[in-house]
Design a protein around this ligand. Structure first.
Ligand code: AMP
Ligand code: MG
Length: 267
């Protein structure tokens, strides 16, 4: 999966990253879906262990252009996990109170506790994406944030949080189809907002902003993965696999039970 791992300071040109490729899966789409079911089962067991051990904290950051598939990933990759130990934090337009604090204030409150997995659906990266593209703060302010974000994530890491960040990379054509679907299919209309069309006209500015994010904030302690995401099944397969590898690498074990437990007979 290192193919999609962004090395620190790597120069990124998103137009050179194919959004449709499926090179790490040689079989067909249906096989990938069955593989994902197996991955889900393993993730489920390891999540239970993470919850029981209460030692590690896992933070997963999802970022994408509109229609990029963040919700889809949450649905298919985390299917079956125990909801007691997994939480989704979605970051929307900041409220007045949030705006009165620094941009990391609302983020830090949602970071995982011991034994917990938290998925960020959008994140502090919006503060160098939408905020930059729409000039919501001056350049001097947003441009200082890359270093601040690295420092913030370093604190989380040094205090025991494992961080994985995924950028779901779709093409502009794919977005066009997905937006049109949201208009044409009645059950999908709730997802559509006119604002999405306005954002689409700013596609190039967003791509540039994402390039800077990937270039400046992929670190050894909080790496970015650039996931080709035009094909949902491949996107889910990759993220599931990376997540599983990460969980395995934590070398978790169940806590030691109380001494003499094996002799206890419940009457
Ligand atoms: P959605 O994820 O479709 O529900 O939309 C959430 C909206 O909130 C998106 O348009 C984001 O760009 C916006 N958003 C999230 N974080 C921020 C932020 N820090 N500043 C401004 N807008 C934000
Ligand atoms: Mg939206």
């Amino acid at each position: 999966m290192d193919k999609y791992l962004i090395k620190p300071d790597k120069k990124i040109k998103l137009s050179e990253w194919n959004t449709r490729e499926t090179s790490l899966w040689e079989k067909n789409k249906e096989d990938a879906k069955s593989e994902l079911i197996k991955i889900n089962e393993e993730v489920e067991k390891l999540q239970e262990l993470l919850f029981a051990e209460k030692k590690h904290k896992l933070l997963i950051v999802l970022q994408a252009m509109d229609t990029g598939g963040k919700d889809g990933v949450i649905r298919s990759v985390f299917e079956g996990v125990n909801p007691s130990g997994v939480r989704v934090a979605s970051f929307k337009v900041p409220t007045q109170i949030e705006l009165e604090h620094d941009y990391l204030w609302r983020i830090h409150q949602q970071t995982p506790a011991k034994g917990e997995i938290v998925i960020f659906n959008r994140s502090h990266y919006e503060d160098v994406l939408v905020v930059r593209v729409h000039n919501l703060v001056e350049k001097e302010i947003w441009s200082a944030r890359y270093d601040q974000i690295n420092a913030f994530e370093k604190i989380l890491f040094e205090e025991g949080t494992t961080i994985i960040k995924f950028f779901l990379h779709i093409s502009k054509d794919e977005q066009k189809e997905r937006l049109q679907e949201r208009i044409d299919i009645p059950e999908k209309r709730w997802k559509f907002s006119n604002g999405d069309l306005k954002e689409r006209t700013l596609w190039d500015d967003y791509q540039k902003a994402y390039e800077d994010v990937l270039q400046k904030t992929s670190t050894n302690y909080a790496p970015w993965y650039l996931i080709p995401s035009d094909r949902n099944w491949y996107r889910d397969y990759l993220i599931g696999t990376i997540l599983l590898e990460k969980l395995k690498s934590l070398k978790m074990k169940y806590p030691t039970p109380e001494e003499g437990i094996e002799k206890i007979k419940v009457i």
